[in-house]
Ligand binder design. Structure first.
Ligand code: NAG
Ligand code: NAG
Length: 953
């Protein structure tokens, strides 16, 4: 009994291991696919288990990837729709990777568990997808400091759990979304504490509905936009507010009087608008620290009494606000006051600053008023008083007085060493406050509503430094110390900026984990900065000193070597350029050495020319003509490789021209090899190559035109072609025959490597034609029967064994073909909403039941109660997707079986006769294999025309 129990336990264990290994493998494939084209991926990403072996930046729960934190990794690339495959993700932070660009894919909306999305300081552009509103769990969304444009999607109103919403520093435009006409708006975000929308191009009014008493807003920042109209009085009911910035807009009307209900407000920035009416009455707002109402057209008035009675006020700015009369001395006797700016008003009389010197006051700027005298003019006061352009300074003898000079900021701060003397450091290294030389991680910290203005008061910075160290230490990060320097207020945004350096403790540099965790602490607001500094954000400098990244280590010798190399390279390039120019000038028509095609046009028997069969050379001129200068109207597709154009040749023949984008071009020799390969492949079920163009830095392939589009478009209903069961069988047979030809009859054999429904084209009779040999790889090592290669392919179709072992065999195509067969039956994408078609079929399939119990997943458009042979077809597909390649049938066997199934179904496969044998292309060298490719193990066609990736819908 005990034994049985043990065995049972063991089985259970195996089962769960298998399941979990499987799921972490699934995320591995997703991650690979997501980051396939990224540069500077962490070198620790090796093996196939992102959860097990210390992959930097990845955290897992129950063997699923739940968190990706790759801030400041110098990543270059795009965020593809494959992100949706990481369906358990709750945290994604890719901040401070300026090389991350492109748009945010709409599929991000499928990450239903996402709580934290941080993409600060990257180069993303385009509009923020509406699907962002599907992220019901989202609590923290920071997209600031990118180049997003378009409107703020109203669907953001669905994010009922959002606390932090930062869209600042982008190019967003249009109105502030509020509910109406079936959409939700920002006012539905009852848990939101932060609306940070500054520095965009938002326009229109501030809707009154935006604010109501059920909200929890703390920071509302709409500075530097193009908002117009009045400030709604509803803002006065959101009494949790601590910072309000509407400065730098075009607001008009008067400031609602109930603004004084905001008893928790600390920072009020309304400057640089067209506000009218009386200067707002801020009496009783006893937590106010920073008030800037400058540059508005308020009614003329004396200095209001509240200006002298706010106990915590550090900064009062009422520049150009139509103030007149005498300045009360009580204004300068407030204990916290640091700065008073009353420039460009009509203040008059005698200035008396009382005992301003005995408190914290640093600056009294009264430039451009009409003040006639200054009580303390002959005293030894410390505060900086500016009376330039007042009556008192107009007389010639007064103009040299200190108070007649314009204000000059001399606030400097820089963290000092902690009782030690900084050692000399080698180049690139900097002494930390603890006097250790190292490579600090650095960047700029910004405060969006700084509550103080005495930028020379070190106690503020000490507090900030302390909070930084506390945050890093509480996360056990290897930080020795931090330093701050060069503080200043940016006059155009009124953001405060200070340089931050974070020094490593355990070695002279950080590793990737160290940096990304430090960055995350700041980007995710784990750092609890002092209140005067809130809200803040950070933009990192690139960190080029990762441990293990020796190439970035610089030394004097390195620099000298570098300079010498640069000079030599420069000279060489200049020389080559010179030679090129001379050659171009006296060229009789092309020179052959560098370009294998240069002479091809002239001399067809030239050894350099590609050995082509049935494919011809086109000039750029010709192709330009046929495509109407590559006009948009003639585009029939596009992808990473470039674009595909439709064109009509003078013979009337329709062709599709694949024009490589610059970044996907390959070398001339590789290109030649590719067209040689393509031109030798002739089969009814393969898209044929009609020619090529290689001229003027262009690489183009000209294919026969296949009119009915891709199988994917037909299955998805996009093309409008009705695919009944018979047609699907016929397509399957055609594609299988094409593939079998590549494997077994092409010489040398070819593995396609990217079989998928978007690479199966349908001709006018709905015959299948296999397209895109962009990833094809010749099977050169027939002894071993496989090729070790960098894994290429498309998510969902990829053979897991190939992925694990990186050994490519024909059986990898068989796997992809099996997936394709399931797609034919179900019309589902291989991975749809995070579900893998193979697993889905496995789950419902029951061979003891009628039609194997597949009713629920058969595509309803097959439109037959019991499609004949469908069960057998699925059975065959499942054999194709067997885990072990050895258990999968060969393509020739697949062809046989599909023929049998068709007979069962009442179709005559012979009428779909396979002309393969007649069309076999005997190799020109009498079957003796030239192996022009054999030398090149790393050779891949993907350079020139990587296949279009098809995003699951
Ligand atoms: C005002 O601030 C205090 C202290 O931070 C806080 O306890 C209180 O809840 C705030 N009031 C509102 C209405 O949010
Ligand atoms: C600097 O600021 C602190 C408040 O953080 C204040 O207590 C202190 O008096 C200020 N020092 C000076 C010299 O103004």
């Amino acid at each position: 009994m005990e034994q049985v129990f043990k065995v049972f336990l063991l089985l259970l264990l195996c089962q769960s291991l298998l399941v979990s290994a499987q799921s972490s493998y699934e995320d591995f494939v997703s991650l690979q696919s997501l980051t396939e084209s990224w540069q500077n991926k962490p070198p620790s990403w090796v093996g196939s288990d992102p959860c097990g072996s210390g992959w930097e930046g990845i955290r897992c729960t129950n063997l699923r990837v739940t968190s990706i934190i790759l801030a400041s990794m110098n990543l270059v690339g795009k965020l593809s729709s494959d992100i949706q495959l990481l369906s358990e993700l709750d945290t994604l932070d890719l901040s401070y990777n300026k090389g991350l660009t492109g748009t945010i894919p709409k599929e991000i909306g499928n990450l239903r568990k996402l709580k934290t999305l941080i993409l600060v300081g990257c180069s993303f552009f385009g509009s923020i997808p509406d699907s962002i509103g599907s992220l019901q769990q989202l609590n923290f969304l920071a997209l600031n400091s990118n180049q997003f444009s378009g409107n703020i999607p109203p669907t953001i109103g669905n994010l009922s759990n959002i606390n932090w919403l930062d869209l600042s520093d982008n190019h967003l435009e249009g109105a502030i979304p509020i509910s109406g006409q079936g959409v939700l708006g920002l006012e539905k975000l009852l848990k939101a504490k932060h609306f940070h929308m500054g520095n965009n191009r938002l326009s229109g009014g501030i809707p009154a509905q935006l604010f109501h008493s059920d909200m929890s807003l703390v920071h509302v920042l709409f500075d530097s936009n193009q908002l117009s109209g009045g400030m709604p009085s509803t803002i006065g009911v959101v009494n949790s507010l601590e910072a309000v910035r509407f400065d730098r807009n075009q607001l008009s009307g008067s400031v609602p009087s109930n603004i004084s209900n905001l008893r928790n407000l600390s920072d009020l920035y309304l400057s640089n608008n067209r506000l009218r009416g009386p200067l707002p009455d801020l009496t009783g707002m006893n937590l106010l620290t920073y008030v800037d109402l400058s540059n508005n057209t308020f009614d003329s008035s004396d200095i209001p009494s509240w200006a002298s009675s706010l106990p915590l006020m550090t900064t009062l700015k009422l520049e150009n606000t139509n103030l007149g009369g005498q300045i009360p001395v009580s204004l300068f006797n407030q204990p916290s006051l640091e700065t008073v700016v009353l420039k460009s008003n009509q203040l008059s009389g005698t200035l008396d600053i009382g005992n301003a010197d005995s408190n914290r006051l640093k600056l009294i700027d009264l430039e451009n008023n009409t003040i006639t005298d200054f009580t303390q003019r002959n005293m030894n006061y410390k505060v900086s008083v500016v009376l330039a352009r007042n009556r008192i300074c107009l007389e010639a003898e007064a103009s040299t007085e200190r108070y007649c000079q314009e204000s000059q900021s001399n606030s400097i701060y820089s963290t000092l060493p902690n009782n030690c003397s900084p050692p000399p450091c080698s180049s690139g290294q900097i002494s930390s406050p603890n006097c250790k030389c190292s490579h600090p991680y650095s960047g700029t910290l910004y405060a969006r509503a700084l509550s103080f203005s005495d930028l020379g008061n070190g106690s503020y910075y000490k507090e900030l430094e302390l909070s930084l160290m506390t945050a890093f230490q509480s996360q056990n990060l290897p930080v020795d110390s931090v330093s701050l320097s060069n503080p200043f207020r940016n006059a155009s945004t009124d953001y405060f900026e200070v340089s931050l350096k974070v020094f490593p403790s355990s070695s002279d540099r950080f590793n990737r984990t160290g940096v990304s965790n430090i960055a995350f602490v700041i980007s995710s607001q784990l750092l609890k900065a002092p209140k005067f500094f809130l809200p803040y954000f950070f933009i990192a400098d690139d960190y080029g000193y990762y441990a293990g990244n020796e190439s970035k280590k610089s030394s004097h010798i390195g620099i000298i070597v570098g300079v010498v190399v640069a000079v030599v390279v420069f000279l060489a390039v200049a020389l080559l350029a010179g030679i090129y120019v001379v050659r171009q000038k006296k060229r009789a028509k092309g020179s052959a050495e560098l370009n294998p095609f240069a002479n091809w046009k002239l001399n067809k028997n030239n050894g350099m020319a590609p050995q082509l069969k049935g494919a011809r050379w086109f000039s750029l001129e010709e192709l330009k003509k046929y495509t109407n200068n590559f006009s948009e109207d003639n585009t029939v597709g596009s992808g990473g490789y470039g674009k595909v154009y439709r064109a009509v040749l003078p013979t009337g023949e329709l062709v599709a021209i694949k024009r490589a984008a610059e970044e996907s071009m390959q070398g001339a020799v590789e290109f030649k090899t590719e067209i040689e390969l393509l031109s030798r492949v002739h089969h009814k079920n393969l898209v044929g190559l009609a020619g090529f163009c290689f001229e003027n830095g262009e690489q183009m392939l000209v294919y026969e035109y296949i009119p009915n589009g891709t199988l994917m478009d037909s299955l998805s209903g996009k093309s409008g072609i009705r695919m009944d069961w018979m047609r699907r069988l016929k397509v399957a047979l055609g594609a299988a025959r094409g593939l079998a030809y590549l494997h077994e009859l092409a010489n040398p054999p070819i593995i396609h490597r990217d079989i998928k429904s978007s690479n199966i084209l349908l001709d006018e009779h709905l015959n299948a034609k296999v397209a895109d040999f962009g990833l094809s790889k010749l099977l050169v090592d027939s002894e071993r029967g496989h090729i070790t290669t960098q894994v290429k392919g498309t998510m969902g179709y990829l053979d897991p064994e190939y992925y694990m072992t990186q050994q490519l065999t024909e059986k990898s195509d068989v796997y992809s073909f099996g997936v394709l067969m399931l797609e034919l039956v179900t019309a589902r994408r291989p991975i749809e909403k995070g579900k893998y078609i193979v697993r889905e079929v496995q789950n419902v399939m029951d061979t003891t039941k009628e039609l194997f119990n597949l009713h629920s997943i058969i595509d309803p458009l097959i439109n037959q109660v019991t499609p004949r042979g469908l069960d057998k077809f699925v059975e065959l597909a499942m054999r194709c997707v067997k885990e072990y390649a050895a258990e999968r049938p060969s393509m020739a066997e697949v062809v046989k079986e599909i023929e049998n199934i068709m007979e069962l179904a009442g179709l005559n496969p012979a009428s779909e006769s396979d002309p393969t044998t007649e069309e076999i292309d005997v190799d020109a060298n009498g079957g003796k294999l030239r192996r022009p490719y054999a030398h090149d193990e790393g050779f891949s066609y993907s350079g020139a025309f990587p296949s279009t990736k098809v995003e699951p819908q």
